[in-house]
Design a protein around this ligand. Sequence first.
Ligand code: ADP
Ligand code: MG
Length: 460
Amino acid sequence: MQNFLDKQWQEVLSDFEGKISAVGLDLWVKKLKPIHINGDALVFLTPNEMVRDTVLRMYNDLLLQSVEKNFKLSQVMFVLESESEEYIEKWNLRDSENGEPLPEVLSQEVKHENPFNPRYTFENFVVGTTNQMIYAAARAVAEQPCVRFNPLFIYGGVGLGKTHILHAIGNFVYERKKGQIKLVYVTCEQFANDFYDLLQHSREKGMVEFRKKYRLADVLLVDDIQFIIGKDKLQEEFFHTFNDLFQHGKQIIISSDRPPKEMTTLEDRLKSRFSSGLIQEIAQPDLETRMMIIRKKVDMEGYQFEESTIPMLAERLERYNIREIEGVLGKLYFFANLHGKAVVDRAVAEEMLAKSHELDVSVGRVVTSDKIIDAVCRKTGVTREELLGKKRNKELVEPRQICIYLMWKNLNIPMSSIGKIFNRDHTTAIHARDKISELVKTDKIMKRLVNEIENLANKS
Ligand code: ADP
Ligand code: MG
């Protein structure tokens, strides 16, 4: 790989010849040594800051042009020799045999290949009643980016397919528009890391690099945007990135675990930007969708399941998100095989689900009073202090009663213990429980709210 870097670098140097003085070439440009390709950037090892700064000041445009031409990369980065150890560690650029630093092109091959997960395609995405809207919107955006639904904002709990959908859009656009459309996919965390990393080196240059990376996108996909909450500087930068792309008619697709209106400390102007396109929920799959998903997964993985186990599993795995369903199927198949059965039949499945603790399928499904409290707070906008406090305003009493009801329903603890959580006696707790039990039978809106809170608590 170093060969590739050296070879292309010679091309760059010949581009410089005749365009800058021979002294300039020897003294500065030839002091750079390309060592790595990091995402979209060619990384140079630089002997000192003077070389770096001079190159940036005098030859930046020419260098970028030539790097773009010869390496198909849009950015350059500089690592000082004094920082090189750190860089080598961070990117693991060490020869596995002799431990010597190994300046090589880690992502060279990847770079020109499709960066999206090949399994996360539209074809592999099971469409049921709970996600058909999102599928249609994502498909429309993939077929004609920048035309409709901009931004497309997808939200829903963990393991329900947000990342899958983003990658499906990416895969689709990539396959059809290779080389014509620049796709940039990041998780919010990556976006944050890039931002802080670049700013660390030099505020001004860092910003230039950062902007170059994100603002060159034709389609920007940001996964898990909720991590932006509470990070002011990052919100600010994202806002500018968003506006810049948006104004240039570029497509933005965002995923989040909650809708913009529930992103409590998110700046209003960002909230309104997010809300200006299409906001679509990706919901917990219903029975029929679960059944289709199970069939698809069994088929894709080549598992053998007796037909009658499928509706049974779909029924029993009601509370599970899709990632967990995948986990359960894998484990069932594995355990059946371990017990000498090539096919998971009903008896085996039943038996294993009954001992779900052994199967480990219920791990992560443990609801706690804390999770219920959190979910109630998030869905009703009441704070934890208010919920657990003494005040008895109507806005607080109802969420508190819902909380009590859900604790009774989900936690195997006596009413008196539930009462204690709220500093109230057990008759108050019972009253609350009965009231909400009644309401969920008669009041559709209450039923929906309670369901949503329960799902949220179960998912967290
Ligand atoms: P999220 O990003 O919402 O947490 P993921 O996109 O990572 O969830 O999905 C979790 C797993 O479930 C992935 O393996 C994904 O392929 C699968 N999955 C989610 N939704 C579907 C669907 N509708 N059809 C098939 N597989 C799905
Ligand atoms: Mg995800």
